[in-house]
Design a protein around this ligand. Structure first.
Ligand code: NDP
Length: 331
């Protein structure tokens, strides 16, 4: 049973030496347990935060512990009444070839599809509750989303289109911005790499002359500043993530434009998707409906490989090498 464990707490960018690759015996199922063989591993920006030893919404991954990850497994042995050999199950089973589970927090799915780790999984739930609950989106509003070509951002923008909103996406590079408008139905795509911080601020102003009602922030930093500068009256800023800061090894400055919240009577609110866990079925049902109607286009970036490819694949997120939900397929 091949496993990826945390060997050392990274400082700044994660280095290959921060991981250990080990082989242990394949686990056996005890009473009330099943063993799953990993098929798909979810790669998430939040993983960087789980490696730091500081208070957060989950305890940090311990040194020499198997790296935490959402995965999709196939049951290969079961002594659990609700799981049979051949079932496909999504859960937080870690970066390893085989995992043993008592079924707590696990969800049976009908097939080994990356969508269960993407638009119908945690990122989809994040987009749905972040935009509709935290952002309190109303029909016809103007929405800006950063990280727009990613797992969460691509779904945020498409939900906003379903809701009849004007949608402006910010992403890195011309291919990604073209994808937003040509394939995903966004109204405007802004390339932050080409435009730079000041250019992004101006591009938002041009695209949303009456201001931004909801800014869904996946990246933080100067892009958050640019969005704050363009807030509409009673605008809402949803703090979903700040990937531009996750590898920082020095304290990062706060948003320099936060006083526009005062001037515009705005609100800025963070959230953690797990708080909505009880309502996931409701969101998944609605998202599945939009997907089957073709109103939400799935973007999945599946990298074939083995468990040992986890560190290299995770690095893709921080270099913007993924389009849509990044998944490692170890079948
Ligand atoms: P993505 O699929 O969006 O992948 C990450 C993307 O971030 C990259 O493709 C890249 O796109 C962009 N990026 C990387 N570095 C930078 C940078 N320095 N500045 C700007 N953009 C950068 O990941 P997810 O959709 O899984 O996650 C998106 C965000 O949502 C993350 O911040 C994550 O932490 C957060 N999140 C929060 C949750 C919550 O409960 N609050 C739950 C799930 C996710 P590009 O090429 O465009 O730069």
């Amino acid at each position: 049973n091949r496993q990826i464990r945390l060997a050392a707490r990274p400082v700044g960018e994660i280095k290959p030496e921060d991981w250990s690759h080990v082989s242990v015996d394949v686990p056996r199922a005890g009473d009330g347990q099943f063993v799953g063989r990993t098929q798909l591993v979810s790669l998430d920006p939040a993983m960087r935060g789980w490696l730091d030893d500081r208070p957060s919404y989950l305890p940090p991954v311990g040194i020499d512990e198997v790296m935490r990850a959402g995965t999709l497994v196939e049951v290969v042995e079961s002594r659990h009444p609700d799981y049979a050999v051949g079932d496909h199950v999504v859960g937080t089973f870690g970066v390893q070839e085989y995992a043993v589970s008592d079924g707590k927090g696990a969800l049976k799915v009908d097939k080994p599809a990356a969508t269960y780790l993407g638009a119908l999984g945690m990122p989809g739930m994040t987009a749905y509750f972040g935009l509709l609950e935290v952002g309190a989106l109303k029909e016809g509003e103007t929405v800006v989303v950063s990280g727009a070509a990613g797992a969460v951002g691509s779904v945020v923008g498409q939900i906003a289109k379903v809701k009849g909103c004007r949608v402006i996406g910010i992403a890195g590079g011309p291919e990604k911005t073209a994808l937003l408008t040509e394939e995903l139905g966004f109204d405007v795509g802004i390339d932050y790499r080409a435009d730079g911080p000041d250019g992004v601020r101006k591009a938002i102003r041009t695209a949303a002359p009456d201001g931004v009602d909801v800014y869904f922030d996946n990246v933080g930093g100067t892009i958050l500043d640019a969005a704050l500068a363009n807030l509409a009256m009673h605008g809402r800023v949803v703090i979903c993530g700040a990937i531009s800061q996750y590898n920082a090894d020095q304290p990062t400055p706060g948003p320099s434009n936060y006083l526009s919240l005062l001037v515009r009577r705005g609100r800025m609110e963070g959230f953690i998707v797990f708080d909505y866990a009880k309502r996931y079925p409701e969101a998944a049902a609605e998202l599945a409906g939009w997907i089957s109607e073709g109103r939400i286009v799935l973007k999945e970036h599946v990298v074939p490989g083995s468990i040992d490819d986890f560190p290299a694949t995770l690095g893709m997120l921080f270099r913007g090498e993924n389009v849509g939900k990044l998944v490692l397929d170890v079948r």
